[in-house]
Design a protein around this ligand. Sequence first.
Ligand code: UDP
Length: 409
Amino acid sequence: MSEVLTASRIPLENYAEVVGAGEIEELRALAKPLRGRSIEMINSTAVGGGVAEILNRLVPLAEELDLGIRWDVMKGAEEFFDVTKSFHNALHGEPYHAKPKDFEIFLSYNEQNRATLPLDAEFVVIHDPQPAALIDARKPSSNHWVWRCHIDLSHPNRAVWDFLEKFVTRYDGAMFSSPEFSRQLSIPQYLFYPAIDPLSEKNCPLDSEFIEQVLRRYQIDPQRPILTQISRFDRLKDPVGVIRAYRIVKRYFDCQLVLAGGSASDDPEGALVLKDVLRAAEQDPDIKILELPAWAPLEVNALQRASTIVVQKSLREGFGLTVSEALWKKKPVVASAVGGIPSQIIHKHTGLLAHSVEGTAYQIRFLLSHPQIAAKLGENGHEHVKENFLITQKLKRYLALFLMLDRGL
Ligand code: UDP
């Protein structure tokens, strides 16, 4: 039994109507030799952020295939998450001067978690830097350990990466969300795109009545264009930049802006960023800043579906699951050309890329004045997600990786 409560199980057969029966048969065939084998996934938050979102769907699906999978969340106090958030930003290339004390804090919480987590599964998958030092618990040659990195490591802070690399190279392999994120490593590296679950509450079709109800609850006018960014209140998601882009657009279109975000238990910066956002909004009644509960998938789904345009103006990004979620809902998306976003947004085909506040505003204005092009981008985006970023494909890649590791390939 896993420590984390995952979302309800959806029978695997139900996915056949989205991805085809052949895909489900392939999954079953690949899973057969792995039936009952133990797998442990470990990350640092049960809710909030893309990693928890993926694990929440991946784990029940793997259970559907009779894998002995569990998902555990490492524990930490504020001082640990302050350090790991700084590491996260630094690995994304933000300026940061690491102090020896930061590394000590990181190591001591990893040590504490080594004492409480089982870490004895045949396949242990460690997500992101926070739990990377759990590898110290590995017993010689008994099981397989892989490190799944969800962040953009293309320009990391040297000191933080040098520290982390010593742990990473002791894994059997490392998985990255984009070829550009990989590092020169002595271990094999694998490309693993993040993925969304088309049948989850976050992405399933919704009644228009429910969508209208959500709009009423937040006093959003369905008759005027709605620009939306759904993201944790995080500086790297640049919510203040979104407000600045909206202000430019507002000179030409009577639109509204929705900035909706919950928090993640491993992200201590949310409250500060939210304050900046509220200040920047200057009580404009057409800017709706929504503090959602950490787990509100149906509301997020409704807000995405109600949007005229979805924005993701990140300054740095791992992958940006919110982009896939919007594209799946056939929404025109304007997003920054950073991190994994260009794998999803093929400029002028599945959405529009931008590089600045002004560029974001320009692309939004273009879409608002060309609704047919906007609709076409949304259609193409849906197909692109269907081909590349659905949870069934991700599960298939995991199964293939476990089989490979098992057979020593
Ligand atoms: N999300 C959510 N509620 C919020 C903010 C975000 O459910 O208030 C979800 C969002 O729908 C997506 C995930 O959290 O599924 C964020 O993943 P992404 O890769 O976009 O960014 P991350 O937070 O991992 O940097």
